[in-house]
Write a protein that binds this ligand. Structure first.
Ligand SMILES: Cc1cc2nc3c(=O)[nH]c(=O)nc-3n(C[C@H](O)[C@H](O)[C@H](O)COP(=O)(O)O)c2cc1C
Length: 332
């Protein structure tokens, strides 16, 4: 039985976690290709005055992306968030996901009230969810942490608020905001939360192999699992987990050569996303090299490729040079 979010029956109950600066369109397409049942966008601002920034433009819903297109919004004011949700739904979002989990200062710091900071204000959480649910005709989901800190863990109440307000599914990361990303995620709170609501619960946090994924699924009785960092440089993790957990056969054999081809495909996709023609000698020393270098590092690490070429690849001055050095490191 696969996961259903409102009317969307997902191809798999394994979902890609949204990650800002990571799960761009190229990343989402790749994980879907490898069996992720859903790949939500990086969080996008609710401040529509920022629509014309490059960052927001890249995060807008894209009609040619596979369905269901889930867009995650972040914000503070219920009416502003509702207006943004309505706008993104009109632009093609088929699911609106609300971010109640982001721990970073820029979003949830002492002077901010967004992301995980909202968990301290349940009344506002309720108002945000209710405003968004009534503003859009598409399913609304939330992604959140177990609470602000250990003393104020309120995952169950937040799930109940969400369910009562008409949310279609919740994804719960087994850490508080205070935990940030420190090891290890805990699953007891997810297990307890599952007992109190009947909407689907998706468990998230440190899922990185089939044995552990099977344990978390069984222990929490969650309806789905969400994988974040473990997919860095290995989008095929979804094929592997799908096969071992749900007996879903991969569409192709995941050989070493195949993995290397995917690494190149990912890098080429990132160049294209940032409008860089790999056949021209573009200047590779500016902003976009951050994105490309991140991708290169993920794959070298995930495939344990130790190469003397690494500094040269990361310091390459042109797209062409970088691509050819990376290819050499992968295939020679
Ligand atoms: C670089 C990075 C960016 C992230 N950005 C988001 C985001 O935009 N929205 C969100 O809900 N969570 C975000 N997260 C949290 C992840 O979705 C996920 O909850 C967290 O990484 C735990 O899952 P994992 O242990 O499988 O990585 C981010 C995490 C990382 C590492």
């Amino acid at each position: 039985m696969t996961l259903k979010i409102a009317n969307f029956e997902l191809a798999s109950s394994l979902l890609q976690a949204p990650m800002a600066g990571v799960t761009d369109r190229v990343y989402r397409d790749l994980v879907r290709e490898h069996g992720a049942g859903l790949a939500t966008s990086e969080m996008i601002t609710s401040d529509l005055s920022l629509l014309n920034t490059k960052k927001t433009q890249l995060r807008l819903p894209q009609m040619d992306e596979s369905s269901p297109r889930s867009i995650q919004i972040v914000g503070t004011e219920p009416s502003v968030m509702a207006e943004a949700a309505k706008f993104y739904a009109e632009q093609g979002a088929e699911i609106i996901d609300i971010n109640f989990g982001c721990p970073v200062k820029k979003v949830a710091g002492s002077k901010k009230l967004a992301g995980s900071a909202l968990l301290k204000d349940e009344v506002r959480v309720k108002r945000i969810i209710e405003s968004i649910v009534s503003a859009v005709n598409v399913p609304v989901t939330i992604k959140y942490r177990t609470g602000w800190d250990m003393k104020t863990r309120n995952a169950i109440r937040i799930a109940q608020i969400a369910e009562n307000a008409g949310v279609a599914a919740v994804a719960l990361h087994g850490r508080t905001r205070e935990d940030k990303y420190k090891p290890y995620a805990e699953y007891e709170t997810i297990r307890q939360t599952k007992k109190y609501v009947s909407i689907p619960i998706i468990a998230n946090g440190d899922i990185c192999n089939a044995k552990q994924a099977a344990f978390i699924l069984d222990y929490t009785q969650a309806d789905g699992l969400m994988v974040g960092r473990a997919s860095f440089g290995q989008p095929w993790i979804f094929s592997e987990l799908n096969k071992l957990l749900f007996k879903i056969q991969p569409t192709c054999e995941i050989t070493d050569t195949y993995k290397r081809e995917i690494a190149l495909k990912h890098l080429r996709g990132v160049y294209k996303l940032h409008n860089l023609d790999a056949n021209r000698l573009d200047d590779c020393t500016t902003n976009h090299s951050r994105f490309a270098n991140k991708v290169i590092n993920w794959y070298l690490l995930s495939m344990s490729i130790q190469t003397d070429l690494r500094p040269k690849i990361l310091g390459a001055r042109t797209v062409r040079e970088q691509l050819s050095l990376f290819e050499e490191a992968l295939f020679k």
